[in-house]
Ligand binder design. Structure first.
Ligand SMILES: [Zn+2]
Length: 107
């Protein structure tokens, strides 16, 4: 039973929401903040040390996500950056992601 790219997109969106909340509570005194891994594994509990600027950079690109090293899925995303602490991946299944957003918005 292969994991569908549909499910991966849904998990990405879920983890992104969690990280958005974490970002809102970030103290400006600390340059690094713990964020959750945004990989497609729903049971993943890995945390990542991400600088404020790095987080903003990833957030500015709708298709990019933060994942722990080794948590990337070659079938649905490609690694665009590896800084030694975490990977920045870009999803290649944005149509699936958009379909989900669309459905939610329409009720
Ligand atoms: Zn993960």
């Amino acid at each position: 039973m292969a994991q569908s790219s549909d499910g991966a997109a849904r998990n990405h969106a879920l983890f992104r929401e969690v990280n958005e909340r974490l970002n809102e509570t970030r103290s400006p005194r600390f340059s690094f903040r713990e964020f959750v891994c945004e990989c497609s594994d729903p049971s993943c509990t890995a945390s990542l040390a991400v600088a404020a600027g790095e987080y903003e950079a990833v957030r500015s690109a709708a298709k990019r996500f933060l994942v722990a090293r080794g948590h990337e899925q070659a079938e649905v995303e490609q690694v665009v950056e590896d800084n030694g602490r975490f990977l920045i991946v870009e999803t290649t299944v944005e149509t699936a992601l958009m379909a989900h957003v669309d459905r939610r918005a329409g009720g």
